[in-house]
Design a protein around this ligand. Structure first.
Ligand code: URA
Length: 285
């Protein structure tokens, strides 16, 4: 190698090290993408056949990503929903089964998170169990394997739930607010949460859990649309509104990743689990 090539290689290595020091842990594109610019053609909304659509075809977006009955999709200005939120809500409403919903989410190209993630992380466990846990977003392990809560925090969660007799092979179902890993495990933004909310609400409507458990502040604030922090929301049953369905009782509790960082909080998490166990026992699971 010439002296100049050696100097260039050393400079490249130094630049790479600097990226690592800054916390970059993903290889992305060679050229930067300006994510502030719209990248997509105007969304094509699924058409309902005139006068003969199924019930789900007759649902359209409402502010906040919910659904409403309508003759056709209202203008974005009318609902306050962005075109991409409307597209997400229309795709979600079309899905009439969990596999169809998974497929609709894989097709939805309205979020840059899809570009940086390796896999769509849909759900794990027993969909018909009546008990659905909702976390924040996939981490590196989940992104690699395409399954939620398989890393260290998932393993802690599994151990905690086993202590009250619950296992994902038999009696619970688990998913996340976001189906794609945010780069570097950053916290999901409110815009990302709102964009994927119609898919999550449809997920709940299709899985029909009797009880929800919201793991951590992002899931709790996202689904309860609350500004309160998780320390105020946890340890209580709330109601999650599900479009076209009965509201679901939802227990907010601490996220297992937080418990790994703050072992002293495990006492609160344990008291939340006892509340869950008591309610499941009273209501027959
Ligand atoms: N944390 C989450 O919120 N979800 C996962 O799937 C993994 C870690």
């Amino acid at each position: 190698m010439t002296e100049m090539a050696q100097a260039e290689a050393a400079a490249l290595l130094a630049a790479l090290r600097l990226q690592l020091d800054w916390g970059a842990d993903e290889a992305l594109e060679a050229a930067p993408i300006d994510r502030t610019q719209p990248r997509l053609a105007p969304p094509t909304l699924p058409e309902a056949p005139a006068g003969s659509g199924s019930q789900s075809r007759r649902l359209a977006t409402a502010p906040g990503g919910g659904l409403r009955r309508a003759g056709g999709p209202p203008a974005a200005a009318e609902t306050g929903a962005t075109p991409l939120q409307q597209q997400a809500a229309a795709l979600a409403a079309e899905a009439d089964s969990l596999p169809a919903l998974r497929e609709a989410m894989a097709r939805f190209d309205g979020s840059p998170l899809r570009e940086t993630a390796t896999n769509l992380v849909f759900a794990d466990g027993v969909a018909e169990s009546g008990l659905m846990f909702i976390g924040e977003a996939p981490g590196a392990d989940e992104d690699r394997l395409g399954r939620p809560f398989v890393g260290v925090s998932g393993q802690l969660l599994d151990r905690m739930l086993a202590s009250i007799g619950l296992s994902r092979e038999r009696n619970f179902y688990i998913t996340n607010i976001l189906p794609f890993r945010p780069p570097g495990n950053r916290t999901p933004t409110d815009a990302e949460i709102l964009l994927f909310l119609p898919f999550l609400l449809r997920h709940i409507a299709l899985a029909r859990p009797r009880h929800l458990v919201l793991l951590g502040g992002v899931a709790a604030k996202g689904l309860l649309r609350s500004k309160e922090g998780i320390t105020r929301l946890r340890g209580r049953w709330h109601q999650v509104a599900v479009p076209e369905e009965a509201a679901r009782p939802a227990l907010a509790t601490l996220h297992p990743a937080y418990l790994l960082r703050t072992p002293g909080a495990k006492r609160d998490a344990w008291s939340d689990l006892l509340l869950l166990r008591q309610r499941l026992a009273e209501e027959g699971g």
